[in-house]
Design a protein around this ligand. Structure first.
Ligand SMILES: NC(=O)C1=CN([C@@H]2O[C@H](COP(=O)(O)OP(=O)(O)OC[C@H]3O[C@@H](n4cnc5c(N)ncnc54)[C@H](O)[C@@H]3O)[C@@H](O)[C@H]2O)[C@@H](O)CC1
Ligand SMILES: Nc1ncnc2c1ncn2[C@@H]1O[C@H](COP(=O)(O)OP(=O)(O)O)[C@@H](O)[C@H]1O
Ligand SMILES: [Mg+2]
Length: 278
């Protein structure tokens, strides 16, 4: 098992070439946020934009449009009920982040089904939150593309059938091999672990100051932005660097703060990344 340190950032966070533009840094489509969980996609998108993604579009319930724009005018929006528009957006995306705050009703089911059918070989699909629970419930197969799963321990229990107390490294590795052999698994907990084929990375930073709703939505957005822009690094290293960055920023904030809010972590991304770019 590899312990994640700031070394991982060296391989991933690069100074930007002068001859570049927003297209160089990736197109992300964020899909989720029902009328009750609009905050989840706002936090996905804040993390993606502050993490450096070139273009971010959010497909969500229209009741979330105004709130999203008030927080983040850099993001574009579309109605996730509009299947044709959703398919066009997905076709042109580099990274699709699916499921934060999606809920588990009929609309969520159809959005999930349409998205899984629309992603193609060279894209990266990050699956979070409700989409993980729906996939577990309905046994949806994963599409043939690069997949990153970001469950917390209960979502992983639903997917793997391994009870939280029984989630050992060996059992997790073997369930991943059996169920989703090509996927990267980010198993979120105190000391999050990343599994990919035979490789396991573990986080040893971060703490309970991070225990606020939206912390995972923010991590998913950071992962999306790193995958979208850092093309010279391996996918699993982009994920490792994003997981490390998320908790390193939180730990820095926790020197003076009792809790470290998800949106504050996103705001701190540009300064942290500037410090670590090489
Ligand atoms: N502001 C918002 O709109 C928010 C929306 N959210 C969305 O709400 C939906 C439901 O997600 P939830 O995670 O709240 O509900 P879930 O029902 O998926 O998971 C919560 C359950 O898991 C258990 N659990 C065990 N170990 C855990 C661990 N290590 N971390 C977290 N939970 C653990 C909890 O005790 C609880 O019973 C998701 O789509 C999520 O993205 C959440 O992200 C919270 C914030
Ligand atoms: N005690 C803790 N120590 C370290 N990290 C924590 C702790 N509690 C929560 N986190 C982190 O916060 C995030 C929670 O993810 P998740 O439950 O999906 O949040 P949400 O769905 O509310 O956005 C994960 O990255 C997890 O590792
Ligand atoms: Mg979550």
């Amino acid at each position: 098992m590899i312990i994640l340190t700031d070394k991982i950032l060296e391989n991933v966070i690069k100074k930007r070439p002068l001859h570049s533009y927003k297209g160089t840094y990736g197109r992300i489509v964020v899909i989720g946020g029902n009328p009750n969980y609009g905050g989840a996609v706002i936090m996905n998108a804040l993390a993606s934009v502050y993490g450096g993604a070139g273009l971010v579009t959010v497909a969500t319930d229209p009741s979330n449009f105004t709130a999203l724009h008030a927080h983040l005018p850099e993001a574009m929006v579309t109605d996730y009920h509009d299947t044709t528009q959703l398919q066009i957006l997905i076709k042109n995306a580099d990274v699709v982040l699916l499921g934060s705050g999606l809920g588990e009703d009929d609309t969520a089911y159809h959005v999930l089904q349409d998205t899984l059918a629309a992603v193609t070989l060279n894209q990266t699909l990050i699956i979070d939150g409700s989409a993980l629970s729906l996939i577990a419930l309905h046994h949806f197969p994963l599409p043939n593309t690069h997949v990153i799963l970001t469950p917390h321990q209960m979502e992983w229990q639903r997917l793997s059938q391994i009870k939280i107390d029984d989630q050992s490294l060996e059992r997790n590795q073997s369930a991943l091999q059996q169920l989703f052999p090509d996927a990267v698994l980010v198993l979120k907990q105190y000391h999050t672990q990343i599994y990919h084929q035979q490789q396991v990375m573990s986080l040893t930073i971060g703490g309970p100051h991070q225990a606020t709703g939206g912390m995972g939505d923010t991590l998913a957005g950071i992962i999306a932005s790193f995958v979208a822009q850092f093309h010279s690094a391996k996918l699993v290293d982009c994920v490792g660097a994003a997981v490390y960055t998320h908790s390193a920023i939180a730990d820095e904030l926790s020197i003076t703060q009792y809790v470290t809010l998800p949106t504050q972590i996103s705001m701190a991304l540009p300064i942290f990344m500037k410090k670590h770019a090489n």
